[in-house]
Design a protein around this ligand. Structure first.
Ligand SMILES: NC(=O)c1ccc[n+]([C@@H]2O[C@H](COP(=O)([O-])OP(=O)(O)OC[C@H]3O[C@@H](n4cnc5c(N)ncnc54)[C@H](O)[C@@H]3O)[C@@H](O)[C@H]2O)c1
Length: 241
């Protein structure tokens, strides 16, 4: 039995990732700051453990990994999916907003990776870390503000560092970097910005969370054992030059 931790499990993408990993028979520990939403999810999902944790708190993350290891004996997969996009624009980004952006998107993933590599020691097979980055770290024509881009670029550098560092320990680390995907995160955008961004998608529509989740599922499956250190961009071919 595989044990997977999915952060941001109560959000649009996290819920889809959770459901696909449950379908494959994994035990899924769903972590989110939204405790009530996790409890609703737990009511109709077998193999799902809700964990209400604020991922900006490193001690709470360490406690989370201790609990999961005590209960399940270790961890086989971690999906760092929790995140948000603050929309103040340069140069008028308050210092506090920059700090929050990095804490929610990058520090949370960093601390979860620290917990995960320890909890993965001694487990069978190739263990997996999948970081949900963003196409915004690479495409400078779309709306993303610089602190959001930087938080995801930092995450992708962490992906490559850990992939290299843990290759011989059989921990595979990859990033999935999606473009416009229809989730509650769309609410941070004005209607005008949203419409422009969707019209720039080559298929003329936003992507759906289950389309992104399928790639996460693939990386966590046996087929994903041979991929590590890759940043996989999902955007319908929007930025091909
Ligand atoms: N939707 C898109 O178009 C898109 C594009 C590229 C990347 N992404 C990335 O995908 C990931 C998932 O986003 P989504 O689109 O599903 O958004 P979402 O808002 O639906 O989900 C994000 C989840 O993260 C949780 N979260 C936020 N702060 C937290 C904290 N401090 N502790 C614990 N949980 C916290 C939220 O409660 C929420 O459930 C994010 O990292 C986002 O940056 C999204």
């Amino acid at each position: 039995m595989k044990v997977a931790i999915v952060t941001g499990a109560a959000g649009g993408m996290g819920r889809a990732i959770t459901d696909q990993l449950l379908t494959d028979g994994s035990q899924v520990v769903g972590v989110d700051i939204d405790g009530p939403a996790l409890l609703t999810m737990a009511a109709d999902r077998v193999g799902f453990t809700p964990e209400a944790v604020d991922l900006t708190d490193p001690e709470a993350i360490a406690d989370l990994f201790d609990r999961v290891t005590a209960r399940f004996g270790g961890v086989d997969a971690l999906v760092n999916n929790a995140g948000t996009c603050f929309m103040s624009d340069f140069p008028d980004i308050p210092a506090e907003e920059l700090t929050r952006q990095m804490e929610i998107n990058f520090h949370s993933a960093f601390h979860c990776c620290q917990g995960a590599v320890k909890a993965m020691a001694g487990r069978d097979g190739v263990r997996k870390i999948v970081n949900i980055s963003s196409n915004g770290a690479y495409n400078f024509d779309v709306f993303d503000p610089p602190h959001y881009r930087a938080s995801k670029a930092a995450m992708d550098t962490l992906t490559k560092d850990l992939a290299r560092r843990y290759a011989r320990d059989k921990i595979a680390v990859n990033s999935i970097a999606p473009a416009m995907t229809e989730t509650p995160l769309f609410n941070v955008l004005t209607e005008e910005v949203l419409a422009r961004a969707i019209s720039a998608m080559p298929h003329g529509v936003a992507m759906q969370p289950d389309q992104i989740a399928a790639w996460v599922r693939f990386l966590i499956s046996a087929a994903g054992d041979v991929s590590s250190g890759n940043i996989i961009i999902l955007n319908q071919g929007r930025d091909v030059r």
